[in-house]
Design a protein. Structure first.
Length: 90
């Protein structure tokens, strides 16, 4: 990860920590991140830093937040496509 992106993630994490400290709610945290324009992998990385959890837990928190329904649908469609292509090869 380049220094600029790392700094941006650190900055957003610093702003998100009070949100997490007040609510301890993944949905609220994701809504805050989405409101700041922090999406995708960056949101997962910020979540990991703020919550102090594993990458898998951060990804789950990201994908299961109600405000991230579009991202979850996209993820599921991609995974289904991968499964279909694997089945076609068999």
């Amino acid at each position: 990860m380049d220094a600029e992106r790392e700094a941006r993630i650190g900055e957003v994490a610093a702003r998100a920590r009070p949100v997490w400290a007040e609510h301890h709610d993944g949905g609220v945290l994701q809504q805050f991140l989405k409101g700041t324009g922090c999406d995708g992998v960056d949101a997962v990385l910020v979540t990991r830093q703020v919550v102090g959890c594993s990458l898998g837990e951060a990804q789950e928190m990201f994908l299961t937040a109600p405000c991230r329904a579009a991202e979850l649908a996209s993820h599921n469609a991609f995974m289904e496509s991968l499964e279909r292509s694997r089945d076609d090869e068999a």
